[in-house]
Design a protein around this ligand. Structure first.
Ligand SMILES: C[S@@+](CC[C@H](N)C(=O)[O-])C[C@H]1O[C@@H](n2cnc3c(N)ncnc32)[C@H](O)[C@@H]1O
Length: 440
């Protein structure tokens, strides 16, 4: 029998030497972009693995900043790249990724152009180095700039234009450009004026303090160590505000989908005996950490709401449902790249299952609040319309103006919808849908 011919040895890839100074950070930024854009992972979840080779916090922070700013500016960066290449680079070409990272540094992050390109060129080793160098050089010599207000991704702009109109799309683009303020929720709303003064902030509601962007490290701010407040966007504070009204001390509240626990803390501070349920172990750990730091009491159940059930119905039930999270795009620009029609439909289906199950745990005369940090009506308005049509034993309990922050009003339907233009003149807020219902 003839022996099979020996296979020619594969040329082995030369081992990669150590990265030149600064390149390891850009390599990590590239890995983050790859995780978000090619694999659909959340930027924050990809961070630990992508940056594990970096020596410390500042390098990790820079890798994160490069990736986040690239995601904010992606349509404009790509338009520049396309304007300088004869043949369009495929969306997933390494050269395009590397050019995005070089350009965002030079045009948005203040890195000198020679450093921006020198630190990324080793990333295309064995690839089209000359092309990358050439495109970058052409754009720099031609005085390329990025517009002050970034362009929204076309698919997102089209979706939101259809739902919310042109002005909301323009406000969303402006919101991407401006770093959002820091919102704090106070453990004791009665101390609002004191904390506004101590922290040098402003307030749009009892128990709320707003500090300008860049207020410094959160853990260094007065009141952090003593647990006087926690970080929570103004819009995110609305769902629990609607349950705090008329809370009977010691009444039972279920906070389903609770971690990291901003709303759990509000409910506990309002006097409820809260059970906080979440399926994620790592996120539930933050429920514990926050409880320890703030010094409020609540029970934590690590469980899937679709399997779990409470021993008895509760006076208050909060469903802050998992969602596409497109309403938090200012702090998490990756959501806009990851949440397409399929994700939105998948999340809406999960929300339906959670909401329908949770509704049965509301005691007669009790209150149910349903909320999502999404700008997609399928996860808000349509979800509630469906629920109300199916459940004659629930009725909307519209919020009063006094229950809502300044600048936020209930809609004519009787729920709350915050949009990119909401309170824009004083720093804006996340996009949320919130509805309160009473069980008859
Ligand atoms: C929007 S976040 C909650 C934010 C939280 N309410 C707060 O204010 O800090 C949604 C949460 O739902 C949790 N989750 C998703 N599916 C779940 C399920 N089937 N059962 C329980 N929790 C779930 C996720 O782990 C996530 O922490």
């Amino acid at each position: 029998m003839a022996r099979p011919a020996a296979r020619p040895a594969k040329p082995s890839r030369p081992a990669r030497g150590p990265d030149p100074l600064g390149t390891a950070t850009r390599r990590a930024a590239l890995r983050l972009l790859d995780a978000v854009l090619r694999r659909g992972e959340p930027l924050e979840s990809a961070l630990a693995l992508a940056t594990r080779a970096l020596p410390g916090g500042p390098d990790r922070g820079l890798a994160h900043a490069i990736a986040a700013e690239t995601l904010r500016r992606l349509p404009d960066l790509d338009a520049l790249i396309d304007s300088a290449t004869r043949q369009r680079l495929p969306d997933d070409a390494k050269a395009r990724f590397v050019l995005r990272v070089a350009l965002v540094q030079a045009l948005a992050l203040g890195t000198p152009p020679h450093a921006a390109i020198a630190t990324v060129l080793p990333l295309v080793d064995g690839g089209p180095k000359r092309l990358v160098h050439g495109v970058f050089g052409t754009l720099m010599r031609g005085g390329a700039t990025l517009s002050e207000v970034p362009s929204l991704l076309p698919a997102v702009a089209e979706r939101w234009r259809a739902y919310w109109g042109e002005e909301a799309v323009a406000a969303a683009a402006r919101a991407i450009a401006a770093p959002p303020p820091l919102d704090l929720t106070l453990r004791d709303p009665g101390t609002t004026a004191d904390w506004v003064e101590r922290l040098g902030g402003t307030s749009l509601a009892p128990g709320h303090v707003r500090l300008p962007a860049g207020a410094g490290a959160v853990s260094e701010l007065p009141g952090y160590a003593e647990g006087a407040w926690w970080v929570q966007d103004l819009a995110a504070s609305i769902p629990a505000r609607l349950l705090a009204t008329g809370a009977a001390p010691g009444a039972r509240a279920l906070d389903l989908c609770a971690a990291p626990g901003g709303k759990t803390l509000q409910l506990a501070a309002a006097g409820y005996a809260v059970t906080a349920v979440d399926v994620s172990e790592s996120r539930a750990a933050r429920l514990r950490d926050n409880r320890d730091r703030i010094g409020l009491a609540y029970d934590i159940a690590l469980a899937d709401v679709l399997d779990w059930s409470p021993g008895a119905p509760a006076q208050a039930v909060l469903v802050d449902a998992p969602c596409s999270a497109t309403g938090i795009f200012r702090r998490h620009p990756d959501v806009l790249h990851r949440a397409g029609d399929a994700t939105i439909a998948e999340m809406a289906e999960l929300q339906t299952r959670i909401l329908d199950r949770a509704a049965d745990w509301v005691a007669p005369g009790g209150t149910l609040v349903y909320a999502t940090c999404s700008l997609e009506p399928a996860e808000g308005e349509a979800q509630l319309t469906r629920f109300l049509a199916a459940r004659g034993d629930f009725a909307l309990a519209p919020p009063t103006q006094a229950e809502l922050p300044q600048g936020v009003a209930p809609t004519s339907e009787g729920w709350v919808r915050t949009l990119p233009g909401t309170v824009e003149a004083v720093g804006g807020c996340d996009g949320f849908f919130v509805a309160r219902l009473t069980r008859l």
